[in-house]
Write a protein that binds this ligand. Sequence first.
Ligand code: ZN
Length: 322
Amino acid sequence: MIIDGHNDHVLRMWRGDPPWHIDLARASDADFSGGFFAIYVPSPYPGEPRETPYAMPLADPIPQPEAARVAEELYETLRALPVTIATSVDDFMPGRVTAIAHLEGADPLAEDLSDLEEWYEKGIRSIGIVWSRPNAFATGVPFAFPSSADTGLGLTDAGVELVRACNRLGILVDLSHLNEQGFWDVARVSDAPLVATHSNAHALCASSRNLTDAQLDEIGKTGGIVGVNFAVTFLREDGLHEPDNTALDEIVRHVEYVRQRIGIDHVGFGSDFDGAVVPTELGSIDGLPRLVQVLRETGYDDAMIAKVTHENWLRVLGATWR
Ligand code: ZN
């Protein structure tokens, strides 16, 4: 059973685009049991970087009423999919796809959080405070390579309140896309295990979207998890967009780095399927069994593979949700 930290399937379906990596009809053949399905209100797509170094500008903020309107539509799109929307870890089982409704960017929420419980009632169980743009709660990190993630101010007062409210309700707080100041603010405020659903090791790929050793250590200390992102430009040491020339080993390299740094209990997958360009060798969810095979060839035994593919995610969700 494979549980995954991030996909953008809902956005593609909302736009009427064909799925790119996730064909739900083929999910059980691939042992794909779902995971985090992003409700992501899109910014204009800047395209993949063609060369390094690159430094894309931070995307513009989206006014809250507009973000809320689009997010409602995205949520209805998710509800129409043949998936079970998760409210408990027991909802995950082999042979079916279970979706964690994940707000990627809190832009749709009212700054006073007056609608947060309504979103919870609807089924939202995970909130990434920001996508790579500013909102009322924090500022995301712009896409850049090579670059640190220390690119701006941290949480606003409303952002601190959001983290506290998520802790209270049992909503997972996602650190991916947050700048470094924001990361440490969440680490200070939150009483839940820290989670980066789809980010990699900065020591191996110096993208602004990746996590420094100090950040990885902090996630490990809290019993949290890093979902390793399959996006080519967040994997490769040279940061280049070369999907045809990026081996599955590149994903394993990041899994292995996080494991050696903070332990086997704190690493999982965070594919970014249907949202980012992944290695051609992986292709789609169909490549997941092959990726697991490469982990096996690296020396991972059954117990380690169970942790990476699903047990770690289930543990963290169980410790976070009410
Ligand atoms: Zn993302």
